[in-house]
Design a binder for this molecule. Structure first.
Ligand SMILES: Cc1ncc(COP(=O)(O)O)c(C=O)c1O
Length: 279
């Protein structure tokens, strides 16, 4: 969308930067910049960007800030309270929480939202179906309960993975080892959400075999569902050049679900055992 659709259709150009680096954000602003769009935690490396600081940079340059808040969910993080002009949620993920409906929401001040409603919903047809809206409204009622479980499970799973000698890195903002931990503590009020990524010292086939041996955790690209989901990003991923160097051997993104955490950890453990990483 940012590299083809927007430039080709609307003549809108984008500059890609690592938004966890404030200097990169500052230096990328051009005289015609209208919007800074960030994602925090960011998919799939789970890096953290400082919403308050980027809002200051944006506003001092007369630029709007929008934050894709999907990985945090509104239970953990409220971008518009931290200075962002717009907060974007894929409702498909944590807000619905059951992995059975698709939807999205944009939150912000009325003047901006009215404009989006008129142009995007009426002219472009970005309108949710009533059945999906109904499912999402039902799912959202238990958001605080499910997020508490995602937050607590993911922290335990991250600590378990970090304790294993063949795990090369764990990227989870709740860990002290995460470079964005202090910023995450400041802006993620209730917890660090359910998504983490990690690497193992193993070849390509072992990565695939590990995923295929998992019994409770499902191999699927989405996240924020009640059940745990895992994706293997191989070393040939087309966005590899944008990831930190420790990700270059390929890595897993794990969306920790709300199952009993012992079941999740036992499933990972039996998978590691089957591929010979644990004896
Ligand atoms: C951060 C983020 N925002 C938005 C989306 C789009 O969500 P949807 O599936 O609701 O279109 C995704 C999908 O993976 C995502 O990861």
């Amino acid at each position: 969308m940012l590299t083809e659709y927007l430039p080709d259709k609307y003549d809108i150009e984008c500059t890609f930067v690592d938004s966890s680096n404030l200097e990169e954000v500052k230096t990328a602003i051009r005289p015609n910049t209208k919007l800074i769009h960030i994602e925090t935690p960011g998919n799939p490396v789970i890096n953290i960007s400082d919403i308050e600081e980027i809002a200051k940079i944006a506003h001092s340059n007369n630029v709007l800030l929008s934050v894709d808040n999907t990985f945090a969910s509104l239970y953990n993080q409220r971008p518009t309270s931290l200075g962002a002009d717009l907060s974007i949620e894929s409702l498909t993920k944590y807000i619905n929480g059951h992995g059975d409906a698709m939807g999205g929401a944009v939150l912000g001040k009325k003047a901006l939202i009215d404009k989006i409603r008129k142009e995007a919903m009426v002219n472009l047809g970005g309108t949710i179906s009533p059945f999906n809206a109904w499912l999402i409204m039902r799912g959202a009622v238990t958001l605080p309960l499910s997020m508490k479980q995602h937050n607590s499970n993911a922290l335990k799973v991250a600590k378990y993975l970090e304790s294993l000698p063949f795990v090369t890195f764990v990227s989870y903002p709740g860990l002290k080892s995460h470079p964005g931990h202090e910023i995450a503590k400041k802006q993620m009020k209730n917890g660090f959400s359910g998504a983490l990524s990690f690497g193992i010292a193993a070849d390509y086939d072992t990565h695939n075999a590990f995923v295929s041996h998992l019994k409770i955790i499902t191999s699927a690209v989405s996240l924020g569902h009640d059940e745990s989901l895992i994706v293997f990003f191989g070393p040939n991923d087309e966005r590899q050049h944008l990831y930190p160097s420790e990700f270059s051997n390929g890595f897993f993104r794990l969306s920790v679900g709300i199952e009993d955490v012992e079941d999740i950890i036992n499933d990972l453990e039996q998978g590691f055992r089957k591929v010979g990483l644990i004896y």
